[in-house]
Structures are given as C-alpha cells and as structure tokens.
Design a protein around this ligand. Structure first.
Ligand code: PFF
Ligand code: NA
Length: 450
C-alpha cells in the first residue's frame, strides 16, 4: 500500500475543516430554522449547544482521528477497540445519507447562479423555485453538483481538498460581510435585527411530566420543540457525527493543539452562520415575508425576490449564489472523503475510481429527494432527529467511558496544558455533554414517533 496522505500545513487542515463546517448548514438551514423556531430564542439554544456540546464532541472526534491516522471505521480498531467499529459505521452511514440530499440542494444553488445571471427568476420567484427544485431538472442539477464533488475528491488531499478550500473559505467570508452591510441599508429591514438577535427569555422553558404508560415521560414548553432542532443543527453545522472530523483529523501529521484548531473552527463556523443570518433575515423583513413560513424553499424564494427588486440585482445574485455554491462544495467534499478514505484504506482501488463509484451510489440515494421535496424533508428530518444525535452519542460514550485516559493524553499532546484541562474535558464528555445528547435524542425520537 502506498503511504497515507497528510495535510501539507496546519492551516491547510484548519481551512479544510472550516470548509467542511461552513456550508448550506450555515447559509441555508441556519437562517431558515432560526426563523422557523422563533428567531433569537432558537439562537440562544443553538449557541449553548455549539459551545457546550459541539466543541467537546469535536475534540472527541479529533482525538480518535489523530490518534489512529485511519478512516472513521478503521480508527476504532487501530486504537484497540474492534467492537466499537459500529460507531464509525454509523457515522459513515449518516454522512452518506446526508450527502445524498445535500447534493440536491447544492444543485438548486448551481441553478440559481445561472438564474441570477439571466434574471430567469425575476418575474416569478415562487414559480421558479417550484420548477427547478423537483423533477427532471433537479435530478440533472444534482448530477452536476455531485460530479463537481467527485472531481475535487479525485485529486486527493493536498492537490484537491487543501488547495480548493484555501481559495474558497476567505472568499465566503469577504462576500458575506459585504452582503450583510448591503442588507442593512434596505428599507424595512430593521425589525429583522430584533427578531434575530433579541431573545424572548420567557420561551426558555422545558417541563417534564411522567405518564403511567409508554413513553413514560412527556416533555412540554417551547424548549421541547427547540432543543432537538437546535442541538442537531449544531452537529450538522459543525460536521459532527458523520465521520468527517475523524477523517480530516486522521490526516494530521504533527503535534498541533487540537484545542486551538477546534476553537478556530467553531468560532469561524458560528460567525459565518450569524453573518448569513444578518444577510437573510433582514432580507426577509425587507421583502415583507413572514419569517418561519415556507420551509426549505423560503430562503431561495425570498432571497431571489429581493434580488429581483434591487438595482444590480443580477450581479448581487450571482455573487451570493456563487458563495453559497463554494460553501456547499467544500462541505460536500468532506462527506465524500469519509467514504473514499474508508475504501482506499481497505481495498486495492485508486482514489479516482472510488470517488466515481461512491459518488454514483450517493447520487442514486439522492434521487427521491431530487424528485420530490417531501422526500428531501423526510431525509433531513430523519438525519436531525435520529442519525446525528445517535452517532454523536456513540462517539461520546466511546471516548468518555471506553477509551478514557489515552484520549486525554492524545488531546493534551502539543498543547502545554496541564492534566486538569484534559480531565475536565473527560468529565464534561461523561456528564453534561452526554446528558445533553441523550435529551436531544429522546426529544427527537418523541418528535418522530411520539
Ligand atoms: N457542516 C456542513 C454545513 O453546515 O453545511 C454540512 C456537513 C458537511 C454536514 C459535512 C456533515 C458533514 F460531514
Ligand atoms: Na456549518
């Protein structure tokens, strides 16, 4: 077997991980889920979830990845726990599942770049979305998006992923800042800021009742609905529970501080989400669109009708959707890399062959979502309410209780931190973080089946 690839530089790893994290989750899901679940109240729960649960969980994935230097399934075996490979399998399947519909939305974005250029959606933003988001055209777009992802992954770590994301990440940041400033100047946008940024603290209530029969516990209060979406949104956004961060950390070749890396990634990802909210939510208000109406299509429709209304709308539209496209691509490549990495670590196959083969399989799984957005919503709901929290829970239980001290040592390697910091992390993973994810999973399952 040829020597396993590594990142050329530490910045290369951080940028690629940021590229994986920053994506449709920030620019599409986050603003529309925030709008759907009551604005700033959702934001508060989301931020608690990102820093209180997501950050320690990301460290857990990095520890497994860097310690093993192996794909997300092999990793568990290499560090001595063959029986825990199922956690890696669950992550890999979750990533496979998510990429299937993520690529469909990526295809819509691709179409909107062209649609902005020609002004195709200017007359009827609603009708345009309906026409391109489902059916034969959506399938064709899904195919093109997946082909781009396969193309980048085929080139490998240093020439493909590292080079691509180095260019992508800074351009996303610059353009979102410019658009947020522009949104600020729109008439009617002002109430959007209060909606997005000023929480109604009376909404932060969760009640628990016991019942004599199954499911024995029922939850009430606004938080019962918000928590499963906000916590899973944090996992989705940080690319946790899909093997992506384990896989990317497995290409680290050195003693850099995992704390520093993860803090950079989490802060950057959060900033981009908030920045996207500062573009999109004021835009909704300026359009007179009721926030929270319209689900998955709302963002496309309202943003598009805003561009139709303004001077230079075509240029702004092309720029905006190009940024979204770049963000979506740099995330999608991390998901394909998870499965490609597993295949080339284990079988005598070439990277390009595997990228094409697995890309085709994921494309096929995405066909129902491309055919009808009701399927897409169902795929997304299952990922949020079940797959993501279950997969992250598996990693936390493994790292917290099974792997234990060697994980702490791996975490502290290259940091200069004393053992206290590592022990605190382990304690958090075993208690607060663990219970938070259990609660999320319970609430998610009750939403699904309750
Ligand atoms: N984190 C990405 C986003 O926020 O769009 C989505 C994603 C990428 C999820 C990679 C999972 C993943 F492994
Ligand atoms: Na994200």
């Amino acid at each position: 077997m040829s020597e396993r690839e590594t990142w050329a530089t530490r910045a290369g790893f951080i940028l690629a991980a940021v590229g994986s994290a920053v994506g449709l989750g920030n620019i599409w899901q986050f603003p529309f889920k925030t709008a759907e679940f009551g604005g700033a109240t959702f934001l508060v729960v989301y931020l608690v979830a990102v820093f209180g649960i997501g950050l320690p969980a990301m460290l857990a994935e990095f520890v497994v990845g860097r310690k093993s230097n192996l794909n997300t399934i092999g990793a568990f075996e290499r560090i001595g726990y063959r029986n825990w490979r199922f956690v890696g399998v669950l992550g890999l399947l979750t990533g496979f599942w998510i990429l299937s519909y993520y690529s469909v939305v990526g295809g819509w974005v691709l179409r909107y770049v062209g649609g902005s250029l020609t002004g195709a959606y200017f007359g009827d933003a609603q009708g345009y979305f309906g026409a391109i988001s489902a059916g034969p055209e959506a399938i064709a777009l899904h195919a093109v998006f997946m082909a781009l992802v396969v193309g980048i992954v085929a080139f490998g770590i240093q020439d493909g992923i590292e080079k691509a994301t180095k260019l992508m990440v800074p351009s996303i940041l610059a353009i979102l800042v410019a658009l947020a400033v522009w949104a600020f100047t729109l008439p009617g946008a002002t109430p959007g800021y209060a909606y997005f940024l000023s929480p109604d603290l009376s909404q932060l209530r969760l009640t628990v009742d016991t019942t004599p029969s199954f499911p024995w516990l029922t939850f009430g209060g606004p938080l019962a609905a918000i928590i499963p979406f906000a916590v899973s949104q944090a996992f989705f956004s940080l690319s946790l529970g899909m093997g992506a961060m384990i896989t990317y950390a497995s290409y680290i070749d050195g003693d850099e501080s995992l704390f520093g890396d993860s803090a950079t990634i989490v802060v950057f990802n959060t900033a981009i989400g908030i920045l996207a909210g500062l573009v999109v939510i004021p835009l909704l208000f300026a359009q007179g669109v009721e926030p929270g109406s319209g689900g998955a299509g709302a963002l496309f429709i309202s943003v598009a009708s805003a561009f139709a209304d303004i001077p230079f709308g075509r240029v702004v539209g092309v720029v905006f959707f190009l940024v979204v496209l770049v963000a979506a691509l740099s995330s999608a490549i991390s998901l394909l890399e998870v499965v490609v990495s597993y295949a080339i670590d284990n079988y005598p196959v070439s990277r390009p062959q595997v990228a094409v083969g697995l890309g085709s399989a994921i494309f096929t799984l995405g066909l129902p979502s491309a055919w009808d957005t009701a399927w897409l919503t169902w795929f997304d709901t299952l990922a949020y309410q079940l797959l993501l929290p279950a997969s992250v829970l598996g990693i936390l239980v493994f790292v917290g209780w099974v792997f234990g001290r060697p994980g702490v040592e791996e975490l502290l390697r290259g940091t200069g931190f004393g053992d206290g910091v590592g022990s605190l992390w382990l304690w958090l993973v075993r208690t607060v973080v663990f219970l938070g994810v259990v609660l999320t999973l319970a609430l998610g399952l009750l939403t699904l089946f309750g």
